[in-house]
Unconditional design. Structure first.
Lengths: 116, 112
């Protein structure tokens, strides 16, 4: 079974520039998450989708961050404009929606963003 | 969600059992205990979860105390590939919003 795919793996930009990350979840997984992981900390949820609808975006800095999942499959996360404190690893995860075995989230390898 | 407390770091000799403790004294009756781990430069990986009974799978065992205020993740025969940050998370399982709240975890180093 293919895992969660993310691209790019690494990105370096200057502050005030824009950047976009892409995620392809495991086939059939209705729930998709974006997490931000700052160095030395655990991942922090930014946004959760169920199919193409937003379930929770309470932690997303909406003045600069946006995310979409138009067809209920792939998702993109955008930062515009980037700040120095946005330097982090951005992780995408997916989960099978229904059923008793739907406990675990599967994570992608992440995109490491450096803002200079 | 109940908070968890884990040691910052632990060492374990290769081939020995690694016992990783977690305190969750404010856990409520419908909250599960999840364990994930994160190997360097990878995304977190699910290990095991439990409600009140002890659980075992191919990766690890989870021992939950009778009062559910603490738990221990056991890796029975640690290998160098088990070196990672281990996260203990307490969360109500529900079909809707089921995001995870990660703390800083325990950094386990397996020593040859």
């Amino acid at each position: 079974e293919a895992g969660v795919a993310q691209s790019p793996r690494y990105k370096i930009i200057e502050k005030r520039q824009s950047v976009a990350f892409w995620c392809n979840p495991i086939s059939g997984h209705a729930t998709l998450y974006w997490y931000q992981q700052i160095l030395g900390q655990g991942p922090k949820l930014l946004i959760q989708f169920q199919n193409n609808g937003v379930v929770d975006d309470s932690q997303l800095p909406k003045d600069r961050f946006s995310a979409e999942r138009l067809k209920g499959v792939d998702s993109t996360l955008k930062i515009q404009p980037a700040k120095l404190e946005d330097s982090a690893v951005y992780l995408c995860a997916s989960r099978l929606l229904a059923g008793a075995l739907a406990y675990e989230q599967y994570f992608g390898p992440g995109t490491r963003l450096t803002v200079t | 969600d109940a908070k968890t407390t884990q040691p910052t770091s632990m060492d374990c000799a290769e081939g020995r059992a690694a016992n990783l403790p977690c305190n969750h004294s404010t856990i409520s009756g419908n909250e599960y205990v999840y364990w994930y781990r994160q190997i360097h430069s990878q995304g977190p990986q699910y290990i095991i979860h439990g409600l009140k009974n002890n659980e075992t799978n191919e990766m690890a065992s989870l021992i939950i105390t009778e009062d559910r205020k603490s738990s221990t993740l056991i890796l029975p025969h640690a290998t160098l590939r088990d070196t990672a940050v281990y996260y203990c998370i307490v969360r109500v399982w529900q079909t809707g919003a089921n995001n995870l709240f990660f703390g800083t975890g325990t950094r386990l180093t397996v020593i040859p």
